[in-house]
Design a protein around this ligand. Structure first.
Ligand code: SAM
Length: 336
């Protein structure tokens, strides 16, 4: 094939792809415009937040909670953090986070559906009144082009939204872009037990209901790894429902961003894994047998001393032969 033909073919398929993405977003937008106008009880997974987390939030927002997990409850949100919630809907997760980050924090909700954004923005002043401070900002935009500066965010959350995106890989790379180094994601979403068959995949109603666009758990993890996330962990998994003999689950997971330094070198550091497993392997394939001092570069040493690994390893001082005050294994090789 000539180069020119290839270019035409590429342009053609790119156009088709963007047409499909636009169509898919239109279907989802219409679906959630309706769900903003009139609460849809059957859309909600059996999940809820504790009363004390939502006591400052207007009822019309709570009635439009369409999440499939409670990521905010397990995201360990800290005071002063900057948090972005993707597909913020009527704003429930943003308002819960606002209470947790306090007046020195910042919360940005991103959604593409005007009617959802209107309810969220109108409720914002009520929430600010109840809390005594205003830290929430709702922005109109796509998850595939998040209207937030690069490297400006501590935590990205999302509740039952990624399955709705026509370009999930782009969403994950956008999450990576806006996160600061060592930032984290905590996401709840629907996953399918097996790959979705074409008759479900092309069903618009099931797309809106967070079924047709669901990834398998394996795909979800693989896409996140491809975007660069590490330390991936399932925090919660619940059975949701069966559609046409296919089982769907609600999954809440966490992952971290770490940017490799250009000057990563070996300066004599070693990592000693404390157990309880006999050995563990990190995302880059380094093997750490329990209680053995393994040579690590500066990047790996830094990674292993931060969440989610903090406390599992002892990182030795490169200027000393053996770690000080270190007791891990006893004589028969088991760890204390
Ligand atoms: C299932 S609702 C969840 C809303 C909210 N997270 C909650 O827990 O109530 C999905 C939301 O994501 C938004 N959404 C879906 N796809 C989107 C996209 N590609 N870009 C921006 N927003 C999107 C919809 O407008 C809708 O408000």
């Amino acid at each position: 094939m000539k180069l020119a033909d290839k270019a035409i073919l590429n342009t053609h398929s790119n156009r088709e792809l963007s047409f499909d993405a636009d169509r898919s977003r239109d279907v989802v937008r219409q679906f959630y415009s309706k769900a903003a106008e009139e609460p849809q009880k059957e859309l909600c997974c059996p999940t809820s937040y504790p009363t004390e987390d939502v006591s400052h939030i207007p009822q019309e927002v709570i009635d439009r909670f369409y999440g499939c997990g409670s990521p905010i409850s397990i995201a360990n949100v800290k005071e002063g953090e900057t948090v972005v919630d993707l597909g913020s809907g009527a704003g429930i997760d943003c308002f819960i986070v606002a209470k947790k980050v306090g007046p020195s924090g910042k919360v940005i909700g991103v959604d593409m559906t005007d009617r959802m954004l209107n309810i969220a923005s109108e409720s914002s002043s009520i929430v600010a009144n109840n809390l005594g401070y205003d830290v929430v900002d709702f922005r109109k935009g796509f998850l595939e082009e998040i209207p937030v500066d690069s490297k400006s965010v501590d935590l990205v959350t999302s509740n039952c939204v990624i399955n709705l995106s026509p370009d999930k890989k782009k969403v994950f790379s956008e999450m990576w872009r806006i996160l600061k180094d060592n930032g984290r994601i905590v996401i709840s979403d629907i996953v399918s037990e097996v790959e979705i068959p074409p008759h479900i995949l092309t069903n618009d109603r099931l797309l809106g209901e967070c079924i047709a666009g669901a990834l398998t758990e394996e795909q979800f993890f693989s896409y996140l790894e491809q975007a660069g996330f590490y330390g991936l962990q399932i925090l919660k998994k619940l059975y949701w429902k069966e559609v046409d003999n296919h089982r769907f689950f609600s999954l809440t997971l966490r992952g971290y961003k770490f940017e490799k330094r250009a000057g990563c070198v070996y300066i004599g550091q070693r990592a000693i894994y404390n157990g309880p497993f006999k050995a563990v392997t990190d995302d880059e394939g380094h093997l750490f047998p329990r209680c053995e001092a393994v040579e690590v570069c500066t990047d790996t040493a830094e990674k292993l001393s931060k969440p989610p690994y903090a406390g599992l390893f002892i990182i030795t001082d490169p200027t000393k032969e053996a770690p000080e005050n270190y007791s891990c294994c006893n004589d028969n090789g088991s760890c204390c």
